[in-house]
Design a protein around this ligand. Sequence first.
Ligand code: ATP
Ligand code: ZN
Length: 255
Amino acid sequence: SKVKDMSAEVVDSNPYSRLMALQRMGIVENYERIREFSVAIVGIGGVGSVAAEMLTRCGIGRLLLYDYDTVGMTKTDAAVQTLADINPDVVLESYTLNITTVEGFETFMASLTNKNFSTSKSGSGVDLVLSCVDNYEARMVVNQACNELNQTWMESGVSEDAVSGHIQLLVPGETACFACAPPLVVASGVDERTLKREGVCAASLPTTMGYNALKDYFPTMEMKPNPQCSNSACLERQKEFALAKPARDAIAKAK
Ligand code: ATP
Ligand code: ZN
């Protein structure tokens, strides 16, 4: 319900009012810092376009938008036009590309590691990646990029009837990556295209385990990384995370 309130509140185009709205939401303490953050959004469709608009209205510092599709104009250029009107202070970057091609992946990685703007401490030049794509292959590519860059990201999925979905936070080395726990239909080797019409999102976690809008049911769970994960960058991040455990324990003790 907080999210619903938010869209009604954050309508003012004055940057100060935008921050006031974020403050009133009361979710984050250091809300002014949103201006320092860069967020990459992969897939500017049903989920990605709304995420981009919300972040723009909240006064995010910079958005990097990726999509290969067109709506007359390219989706990313159309989004930039709309978002710049909503909030001209946001630095907007439009990337019309397919992240699963060699060329697309190279540009994707180069844009994520461009540190001219960011304050991020990880290997990446952004603070968060949002995966808002609609297929397994693209999700695996985002997973690969984020594991390589040690980049925290969020994965989303909506069922075709749009009443259920899931959100997964992925912190390389610390939580399961997208390859650690492959979706059941993928693990069982069924071609995802054959499942397209059944009202399920074959490419994500079983939607019955996620949010159900009709029942307002939103279960949460934690998934540990898989020590046998097929993704080598994930295994490297797991090793680093384990090595840093004494330091984490010491910090926890000092608190
Ligand atoms: P709908 O399914 O309701 O018609 P849509 O086609 O926009 O909407 P969504 O599932 O809402 O689909 O959004 C997914 C978005 O991700 C799409 O805009 C699609 O073009 C984009 N996308 C999917 N795969 C890739 C990829 N490999 N590279 C770049 N963008 C991708
Ligand atoms: Zn993994």
